[in-house]
Ligand binder design. Sequence first.
Ligand code: SF4
Ligand code: SF4
Length: 112
Amino acid sequence: MPYIVTEPCIGVKDKSCMTVCPVDCIYEGDDQVYIHPDECIDCGLCEAECPAEAIKPDTEGGLDKWLEINAKYAAAWPNITEKRDAPSDAKEFDGVEGKFEKYFSAEPGSGD
Ligand code: SF4
Ligand code: SF4
């Protein structure tokens, strides 16, 4: 039962979660982060850390799409373990609906 990152992270990406992950299984895309489902040890520490409530256990219903997205991009993009500043316009994206359709990016972030 890995945890995965879902739509509320898009554009917010404040990078709190990776500071608590004991196995460094979080990876950085252009506009959000991803958890590697095969590396996550299901400790749940990151879920409580996320201000956007973007991190969910994959056992929650309706998250198959996000499990695939996390697996795909966590395997492709760079690892991130250190907190850096959130995007300057992060507040404008917090809580906005429909971000996947409007803003999802298949580009990498810079990682550590
Ligand atoms: S649940 Fe634990 S192991 Fe999995 S990503 Fe979050 S902090 Fe890391
Ligand atoms: S704490 Fe939440 S909003 Fe911040 S980077 Fe992690 S998943 Fe995204």
